[in-house]
Ligand binder design. Structure first.
Ligand code: ASN
Length: 333
């Protein structure tokens, strides 16, 4: 079985305490509400910019789903710390809430939409202690996208172009808001291309603490490749290398993960058996793969709240959510 890696822990610029956890809207002071409004303007800009870019690049915009029989196992994944899976029964069938739309993306990209994206609500009931990492929420939104026959490099180049354009646009169009948030000067325009590091080499060089080293020492986002994790990421059985990637934001950590995908039936089955992933939960994906209908693709998902958190410099991800979903803290809204 692939060995789970150590999870990415806090990057928190400062240690968070119980009192400093984000509060619900009705408990905010006037100054805090003003701040929330500024964050709202940045979020609107980010959503508009990203959706325009994907549409302009020929992507179809799909609406997300909440309930399915099949969703992301999030296993084995170095970043996962799931307290419970949310399942319920409807019409006599057991369905799960979406942990990510990876399975839907692979199927939709293979059968109908060669270039697709969606803003998908992801439910991941993180362990309570993750309230204090500053970057975990039990509900968040992923801009998940997938491209048929694309390579990992194609996806990284697309993301780099979009991200650097976004920062340039924000600095031009939202100067006042960024000044008020104290981020205008420190949010630097991104010089391309970004560095790409191999996880194995970082591990050799820095030991187990490599993630924190990278996050605290880089001044711009960096790519990490070759990360052992879920069955759907492409693994070269000949040399053991994984053709996948995470994008790490300075001071914060992972904001995007993605990969070239597996599409061959035998390989997928082998990986599911090795990792103890129940094949029952992936009947359609396996059927399509067996029939040769699953197509090679590559893609990624961007955590919208983490992206906005970094842009505005918030200490906790819940600060950029209108309705904070902090692990272990359940507000009325
Ligand atoms: N969205 C990710 C991907 O495209 C999967 C995930 O969120 N676990 O690979």
């Amino acid at each position: 079985m692939a060995k789970p890696l150590k999870p990415l822990e806090s990057l928190a610029l400062e240690k968070l305490s119980e009192e400093s956890l984000p509060k619900p809207l009705d408990e905010l002071s006037d100054a805090e509400l003003e701040n929330k409004k500024l964050v709202g303007r940045v979020t609107t800009y980010v959503l508009k910019y990203l959706s325009n870019k994907f549409v302009d690049n020929g992507f179809e915009w799909l609406l997300p789903v909440v309930f399915s029989k099949s969703t992301d196992p999030l296993w084995p994944d170095p970043g996962a710390s799931i307290d419970k899976k949310v399942e319920c029964e409807i019409y006599g069938e057991t369905v799960k809430t979406t942990s990510s739309m990876i399975v839907h993306k692979m199927v939709a990209c293979s059968l109908a939409y060669p270039k697709l994206f969606t803003f998908s609500p992801n439910i991941r009931i993180e362990k309570r202690e993750r309230a204090y990492t500053g970057i975990h929420a039990y509900e968040f939104t992923q801009l998940d996208f997938e491209v048929r026959y694309a390579s990992a490099q194609d996806i990284r180049s697309l993301v780099e172009k979009i991200l650097s354009g976004l920062i340039e646009g924000l600095k031009k169009d939202l100067r006042e808001e960024l000044v008020a948030l104290g981020r205008y000067k420190t949010l630097r325009e991104i010089e391309l291309p970004l560095e790409v590091y191999d996880r194995m080499e970082l591990l050799k060089k820095h030991g187990d603490n490599w993630e924190n080293k990278i996050i605290s020492s880089s001044s711009k986002p960096v790519w990490i490749t070759n990360i052992p994790r879920e069955f759907y990421d492409f693994e070269d059985f000949k040399n053991g290398r994984w053709d996948n990637y995470d994008l790490m934001l300075p001071g914060y950590g992972e904001v995007l993960s993605g990969s070239k995908r597996e599409w061959e039936y035998n390989k997928i089955v082998k990986k599911m058996d090795r990792d103890n992933v129940r094949k029952d939960n992936y009947q359609l994906l396996l059927k399509l793969a067996k029939e040769g209908k699953l197509k090679p693709s590559a893609g990624a998902g961007i955590g919208i709240e983490r992206l906005v958190q970094w842009i505005v410099g918030a200490k906790h991800i819940g600060e950029v959510q209108p309705f904070p979903k902090i692990p272990g803290v359940v507000y009325e809204l």
